[in-house]
Design a protein around this ligand. Structure first.
Ligand code: UDP
Length: 240
């Protein structure tokens, strides 16, 4: 199925994306919306052109990760807002990797934003909006059957591998990768990175000024949200 492929039935609508069936049962179309939510969807807004920018940024990142041997659900970008992806059975976990303290970790542990961690921290959150994605540990995951030991081992090592790849990639773009969130799914028995990788799901700071160039501008009403997303894409497109 190529760019001419037609999407059919809408099968899922989330906060920032929609998923459609295609004529191939193994493939879906992921459409990026301009909607933005924060604080467990209690705050909602529209970031102009966000869908178009995040589709393109995710394409660049997925291609980079694939080139380094990370298996992802990305097949190809179809249009400004659409990406063709492999259909996965979603593992209901959000994997957060942190290099620098910010957001939820600063709040949870009473730490100052900007503290550089001695080593990256990996957190698991149970993907359940109604509960605001509570943090859980490996025992919860195994006891509840959310993922088995073998899958978790892959998820952990791939997540740290992604952190290494993205930290140096963003560094070359004069951006600091503060933290980010990943989601994984299973396709034909193989664990694939899913969802998106964008300023909605990563905290990115300018290396010199430490200016926030991500969704925190929306969360904290800092203004210049759209410009920040554009700036990240502009930097990523240099040399791509
Ligand atoms: N994140 C995300 N989706 C979520 C929660 C967090 O993409 O539902 C991203 C967020 O943008 C940040 C990282 O995961 O890059 C860590 O977020 P944190 O746990 O600090 O949560 P928040 O500050 O959003 O409450």
């Amino acid at each position: 199925m190529g760019p001419e492929a037609k999407r059919s039935e809408l099968i899922y609508e989330g906060k920032a994306k929609k998923l459609y069936k295609t004529d191939d049962p193994n493939l879906l179309v992921q459409e990026f919306k301009d909607d933005a939510t924060a604080f467990g969807a209690t705050k909602h807004g529209i970031i102009n052109q966000k869908g178009v920018i995040n589709n393109r940024i995710s394409e660049i990142v997925f291609k980079l990760l694939e080139s380094k041997g990370v298996a992802t659900h990305f097949v190809q970008r179809l249009s400004p807002r659409e990406m063709l992806i492999k259909k996965v059975k979603v593992i209901p976990l959000e994997i957060t990797i942190r290099n620098i303290v910010a957001g939820g970790m600063a709040k949870l542990l009473g730490l100052e934003e900007g503290l550089i961690l001695k080593e990256p921290v990996l957190e698991y959150h149970y993907k359940e909006d109604n509960l605001h994605d509570p943090m859980i540990n490996e025992y919860h995951i195994k006891a509840l059957g959310l993922a088995n030991t073998a899958d978790l081992k892959v998820i952990n090592s791939v997540s740290f591998q992604i952190n290494n790849i993205l930290k140096s990639f963003f560094d070359r773009k004069h951006l600091i990768l503060v933290d980010f969130k990943l989601e994984f799914g299973k396709h034909k028995g193989k664990i694939l990175l899913g969802d998106e990788v964008s300023p909605d799901t990563c905290r990115l700071w300018d290396k010199t000024t430490k200016e926030k160039l991500d969704k925190d501008r929306f969360r904290m009403d800092l203004g210049g949200v759209e410009d920040a997303y554009h700036e990240v894409l502009r930097r990523l497109e240099v040399g791509n």
